[in-house]
Every structure is written in C-alpha cells, then in structure tokens.
Design a protein around this ligand. Structure first.
Ligand code: UDP
Ligand code: MG
Length: 320
C-alpha cells in the first residue's frame, strides 16, 4: 500500500487582488506539478475585497478541489487573514505567501527539501533588496528593524518576509497565542523553534499595486512595538527621573544665585520655554501610555480577530 503523501497548506491573504490571483495560481500550479511527492491545499483569504477577488476564488475552487477560500465580512487586515489561514490549515506543513508573487512559489521546493533533510522546524525568507519599494520605505524599514530588535524581547531578522514554510507544531504554537492584537513577525520570534533563514531578492509585484500605504505601515510598525516591547513605558519613567534631577539642580542653582546676587525679575521667556518643553514631554508619554491602554482595551473585549461571511463549503446557492 502506498504511504499517504504529506500535505502542504498554503495560506494566501488577498485584498483587492483580482489581477494577481490568476498569475499566482498559474505559477503555483507549475510548482505543485514539480512537487509530485506532496499534496497541496491552497487557502485563499478574501480580506473584504471590493473587486472581483471573491468571484475569482469561487470559480477557482469549483475548478480545482485543492483550492479553498475564506471570505471575511469586511477588511480585517493581513494579520487577521494570516490568523484565519493558520486556524484553517489541515496540512503537515503550512506556508504563508503573498499573492503578488513577491514570495516566489518556486522557493517552496527548496524550503520543503530543507525541512526533509535538516533538523529545523521552519524555513523563512528574508530580503536585503526590496525591488519596487522607494528609498523612503526602504530606509524606514531598515531603521525600524534595528530599533525593534533592540527594544523588544523577541528577535526579528531585518527584511524578514511573512513567507515561511513551517511544521504543524509551529502552527499549533502560533495558535496557542490567543491575543487580539496580532503581530505575526514578532510571534514567530516568541514561539521559538529552529528557523533556517534564506536570503533572496524580492521581486517587484507581479500585478496590481501595494495594499500598504505609509499610514498603514506606520500603524503596523507601532503595533509591532507595542505588542512586543514595554521599553517605551520604561523610557518615560527614565526621562521623568532625569527631569526631576535637572529641576532639583536648577532649584539649588537659583537659590544660590538669589542669595548671592539678589532677585532681579528677569528670565520669564526661558521659563515659558521650559514649561512648554516639559508639558510636551508629558503629553508625548501620555500618548505612549494611551497606546498601551487602547491595546489592553481591545484585548479585554475579546472580540473575534475576523468574521467569516463565506467559505468554499458555504457557497451561496449550495447546500452545506
Ligand atoms: N493584504 C491583505 N489585507 C490587507 C492588506 C494586504 O490581505 O488589508 C494582502 C495582500 O493582498 C497581499 C499581502 O497582504 O497578498 C501583502 O500586501 P502587499 O503586497 O500589498 O504589501 P507589500 O508587499 O507592498 O508590503
Ligand atoms: Mg507585496
């Protein structure tokens, strides 16, 4: 009797990707053709797209039984998409991939081989060059990775993509982290396991445009910091202490000065400067505390990370 083939589940978050999905499917089919020793399952997540993404996914899943899809009730963001995918996988291995071919499907061959031969649990990709991203985004990204690696308790590789092939065990570990504010890049560091990093050149998008604008990226970066580091909270305490010390020394200085030279009423402009500066610092750190507070608020509400409207099993007009 032939032994059962292993199953690789691909998780593919899609948001307004009507142009990319057919190209992605074509490229991935070639790879699946080459990897005959394994079975595949493609789980597309339709993250509240407003274009024809859902229709394309419906017809793909009708045509090819390996294609599954989960369609959200609205746009919940890529993090929610990845989580939904991880919850849905049934494979022995799972990989998260962008649909725009910036995570080349051919890499799966090499990644699977490594998992077969070497004693690692996860094969991940990082890139040193981001074709197609402008210099502002490139330099901000590299700066941010340096910062987050310093201040957070989970190691993050610079230029890490979300593209990685992992064993079932790693998927289960990620699912054990039940938090609402999900920052997957940090979560991989947190759960541990042996990860092998491969460098590659990230190509430009195959079709369509990037779904992350600067505003979305800054929000994502903030989430990463707040989710995996409490350093900003400590920072406010340190700066507070520093200001107390400076104020104390200044008071001593003013007392000494008054005793020696008398008290001519001058210097109110510098006073105003100091007041403005100090209140600015206070507001800044109140903001930081507010950021953590808002995350705690969302966390205690226990809202679902995503809501499903339709899957390949509950297609409209078809019986369950
Ligand atoms: N994506 C998503 N929900 C969103 C934004 C993006 O599911 O709200 C998906 C998108 O369809 C793509 C992947 O996340 O498959 C990466 O997005 P994109 O390529 O636009 O980001 P970039 O490569 O520019 O960082
Ligand atoms: Mg992309």
């Amino acid at each position: 009797m032939p032994t059962k083939k292993e199953l690789i589940s691909l998780i593919i978050p899609c948001y307004n990707e009507e142009e990319s999905i057919p190209v992605f499917y074509e490229e991935t089919s070639k790879v699946m053709e080459k990897m005959k020793e394994v079975d595949f399952e493609l789980i597309f997540i339709n993250d509240g797209s407003k274009d024809k993404t859902l229709e394309i996914l419906r017809s793909l899943s009708k045509k090819d039984k390996r294609v599954r899809y989960i369609s959200f009730s609205r746009n919940f963001g890529k993090e929610a998409g990845m989580y939904a995918g991880l919850e849905a996988v049934t494979g022995d291995y799972a990989a998260i991939m962008d649909v725009d071919l910036q995570d080349p499907p051919e890499k799966l061959i090499e990644m699977y081989e490594i998992l077969q031969k070497e004693d690692v649990d996860c094969v991940a990709l990082y890139t040193e060059s981001h074709e197609g991203y402008n210099w502002i985004r490139k330099s901000l990204t590299s700066l941010w990775y340096k910062l987050i690696d310093k201040i957070s308790n989970s190691h993050q590789v610079a230029g890490a993509r979300d593209f990685r092939l992992m064993r079932r065990q790693v998927v289960d570990a990620l699912l054990d982290l039940k938090e609402y504010n999900r920052y997957t890049k940090g979560m991989f560091g947190f759960v541990g396991f042996e990860t092998k990093w491969l460098s590659y050149e990230a190509p430009d998008r195959a079709a369509g445009t990037s779904k992350f604008n600067l505003r979305k990226l800054i929000k994502y970066a903030m989430e990463g910091i707040v989710a995996f580091s409490t350093t900003p909270l400590l920072l406010s305490a340190y700066i507070g202490i520093l200001f107390c010390v400076i104020a104390f020394i200044t008071i001593l200085f003013i007392i000494a000065k008054t005793l020696i030279f008398g008290d001519p009423t001058s210097g109110w402009p510098s006073m105003v400067c100091i007041i403005v500066f100090v209140s600015g610092i206070q507001l800044f750190f109140l903001g930081i505390i507010g950021m953590y507070l808002s995350k705690i608020y969302l966390e205690v509400k226990h809202r679902p990370v995503y809501l499903i409207k339709e899957t390949e099993k509950t297609r409209p007009g078809e019986k369950k």
